[in-house]
Design a protein around this ligand. Sequence first.
Ligand SMILES: Cc1cc2nc3c(=O)[nH]c(=O)nc-3n(C[C@H](O)[C@H](O)[C@H](O)COP(=O)(O)OP(=O)(O)OC[C@H]3O[C@@H](n4cnc5c(N)ncnc54)[C@H](O)[C@@H]3O)c2cc1C
Length: 404
Amino acid sequence: MSDIRYLDWPFFEERHRRLARELDAWAKDHVPQHHGADVDAQCRALVRALGADGWLKHAVAGLPHGAQDQVDTRAICLIRETLARHSGLADFAFAMQGLGSGAISLQGTPAQRDRYLSKVGRGEAIPAFALSEPEAGSDVGAMQCSARIEGDEAVIDGEKTWISNGGIADFYVVFARTGEAAGSRGISAFIVEAGTPGLEIARRIDVIAPHPLAQLRFSGCRVPLAQRIGEPGEGFKVAMRTLDVFRTSVAAAALGFARRALDEALHRATTRRMFNQTLADFQLTQAKLAQMATTVDSSALLVYRAAWLRDQGRTITREAAMAKLTATEGAQQVIDAAVQIWGGLGVASGVTVERLYREIRSLRIYEGASEVQQLIIARELLKDITATSRDRPSAASPTDQEPI
Ligand SMILES: Cc1cc2nc3c(=O)[nH]c(=O)nc-3n(C[C@H](O)[C@H](O)[C@H](O)COP(=O)(O)OP(=O)(O)OC[C@H]3O[C@@H](n4cnc5c(N)ncnc54)[C@H](O)[C@@H]3O)c2cc1C
């Protein structure tokens, strides 16, 4: 493990410190640095390994299924940060077990929790979170996928895209328009098991840091109403509650990538000889390293502030957005600086900083692009102001259109 002094911060309890240290040791032995071409097989293998050795229990809530009765945001963030330092795919495998089943952890019925969470926590079932659509990414309220109620079934029609674990998932948490109200107030969430007639994988999507990703098509896909998560029309709230936890953990993953990049930069700068000294002897390099370390620490403070606050039962919309914005944008800069320090080798395929350069990019887009995080932070700020100033018009009053 690189610099672990942050584990002494007051955000953590002893179990968190132990968890981070034990996982780091486990990852050194169990997580390959390089993955082969079959990303689906590698992802399944990582889920099995993480499940078999007990790490996935932290991705789900409810004591019969998970390590804690409630979602432990700090544990999830420490695990994502640690795994991301070792391998983006290992982080992805863990994160999706949590994001894909998060709505069930937070708002599932006892029967839904019993049916799905234990298997997810043991790595025996792979979930997915299906919100985005070709015409509804940041603007979730533009969702077109629909579910009409017929007797005790919902019939789903439409498309979902950019669905991580698409193709390998055992079940999908699908958000569809049920029409109780306009915009995002008329959306409900349903669990759809893979193999349900009417659900097909329309196409695989390849991205710069490969992981299982697909577009889904629903054509008259029938699911029992018992598979609905939360109340009718409350699906948007279910999605946002899930994202409050996992948005913070995206920031933690970015932090893990940034820490690894800083480690790699320090190693290269102190060993690369030029002009009769090392690269690290130059003040221009020292300035880069100082900025990288400062960015890493500021990101870590925001990540673990948000995680700690959520574990105290607080609403963290603003704090999670600040953590994600700062940690993902900051990690991009830290990794870019690490590539620069590595010189030509920094862009050679297979070199760690080159892999990090590809892995960080999509974190600034998914679960709410950086611009969306800025809007959320500003909206929360302005909401506070209008709440305390009776004379001001409520220009920034909350709407039902929170973009992701
Ligand atoms: C690798 C990857 C994995 C993903 N996994 C999943 C998943 O598992 N499940 C799922 O449901 N979705 C997933 N997504 C989808 C992801 O959440 C969307 O890509 C994201 O919400 C952005 O939507 P979009 O791609 O349609 O971009 P758009 O909504 O078209 O936005 C394009 C760009 O516009 C800018 N922008 C957005 N809003 C504003 C604004 N108000 N003002 C100014 N600029 C703005 C941002 O820079 C944004 O990147 C994944 C995406 C990627 C890339």
